[in-house]
Design a protein around this ligand. Structure first.
Ligand SMILES: Nc1ncnc2c1ncn2[C@@H]1O[C@H](COP(=O)(O)OP(=O)(O)OP(=O)(O)O)[C@@H](O)[C@H]1O
Ligand SMILES: [Mg+2]
Length: 367
């Protein structure tokens, strides 16, 4: 009797998942979710199942219904085997309904993404914006992290409040400016606790307002600092914005690389198709100030290069771990303002490599 529940029977297999998904109807027509090829990605890690599927109707209730059907089907298949399921439902834009350009005055909208939190996205977004400005471009920066906006602090504009002005009939929010860069963040409007309570549609609406209700004028670049992860907010943003492409920030750590791959996979999904402009490896090494020639690879070596090669995109920059970068961020003075500092030079070359990447991708675009 001791062998009633052998371990092998508790393991969740691909076949279990397939069987479950064969019983979920294809929301777009005939067959099942599985047989119609609507399952874009799945992974099973022990008892955790992660799925990305293609839905048909972008309305929240329809996506939630599909998610429910999937979870119920898996629960039925697995019976009393313990499991948890994470489902992301993507809905491709309707064919023939080309995306309205909500930022007609902006030449290039570039998203800065990671996957894993805390790898330095906001630091990269802020310093890249300043570096592009230093190169003579008109630059805007949007803090897309509505649950943890950090860009206002890094830009020393935490206590500023944007003005509202009328242009014709419509009132517009005027972005806050510092260091020659225009910026917008939910942090200007909502206390952290207020924003945290926002879900789905509220969050999407707030994000949309930062683009369509703001007076951005003509910009060469708009840099969008995305929140960590690859959830609904990301989807809202990448589907709403006329993105030229995305930059993936990672540290050389294995866990960060794993999440960076997921972020890259999201941009490359058929329903999204946002080009990846390159990889930035942050915290690539540490050099003690007394011995700047020495490099200590605290989080591993070569991860950024490996990821760039795997994604077949350029490695745009390797940024060392540097105490002054962190200090300057906290003071609200991006390190790149000092163009002669070693980090200032690295960020200048990041800006230049980004331009080359855009030029390769869109040879006709004049930057
Ligand atoms: N190269 C670096 N050297 C030293 N400190 C750094 C470096 N890059 C980032 N930091 C510091 O690491 C912390 C996290 O950076 P940051 O806020 O930019 O990450 P993030 O990816 O935007 O995080 P989140 O996922 O929370 O949005 C900050 O304190 C920042 O100053
Ligand atoms: Mg951030």
């Amino acid at each position: 009797m001791s062998e009633l529940n052998p371990l092998s029977e508790k393991i969740i297999t691909e076949e279990d998942l397939k069987q479950a998904l064969l019983s979920v109807p294809n929301p777009a027509g005939e067959g099942s979710l599985w047989s119609a090829g609507k399952v874009r990605f799945f992974e099973i890690q022990g008892s955790l199942i992660r799925l990305e599927v293609e839905g048909q109707n972008p309305a929240l209730h329809a996506r939630q219904k599909l998610e429910r059907q999937i979870k119920d089907a898996i629960a039925q298949k697995l019976g009393d085997r313990p499991h948890s399921v994470e489902v992301t439902v993507y809905v491709p834009p309707a064919i023939g309904n080309s995306k309205e350009n909500i930022l007609p005055g902006v030449k290039h909208v570039v998203a800065v993404a990671s996957g894993k939190g805390g790898v330095g996205k906001s630091t990269v977004a802020v310093n890249l914006a300043v570096a592009l400005r230093t190169e003579g471009f008109a630059v805007g920066l949007v803090d897309g992290d509505i649950y943890g906006p950090s860009v206002p602090v890094m830009f020393d504009v935490e206590y500023r409040r944007p003005e509202v002005r009328r242009f014709g009939e419509k009132p517009f929010i005027i972005p806050v400016e510092n260091y020659g860069v225009l910026m917008m963040s939910i942090g200007f409007f909502a206390g952290v606790n207020q924003a945290v309570a926002w879900r789905g549609p509220m969050a999407s609406k707030a994000l949309r307002q930062m683009f369509v209700d703001c007076w951005w004028g003509n910009l060469d670049f708009m840099i969008v600092d995305l929140p960590p992860g690859t959830g609904d907010i990301h989807l809202t943003l990448v589907q709403m914005l006329p993105l030229t492409g995305a930059i993936i920030v990672t540290t050389p750590q294995k866990v960060a690389l794993l999440d960076a791959r997921k972020a890259a996979a999201m941009f490359r999904m058929p329903a999204i198709q946002v080009p990846i402009l390159g990889v930035v490896e942050n915290m690539a090494w540490f050099s003690p100030s007394a011995h700047p020639e020495e490099r200590y690879y605290l989080f591993g070596k070569g991860g950024g290069e490996e990821l760039a090669a795997e994604l077949n995109v350029p490695l745009l920059a390797q940024i060392p771990l540097d105490e002054s970068l962190c200090e300057q961020s906290d003071k609200g003075m991006p390190i790149t303002l000092n163009t002669q500092s070693p980090l200032g030079k690295i960020y200048k070359s990041l800006a230049q490599n980004l331009l080359s990447s855009i030029n390769t991708l869109l040879p006709s675009s004049s930057n």
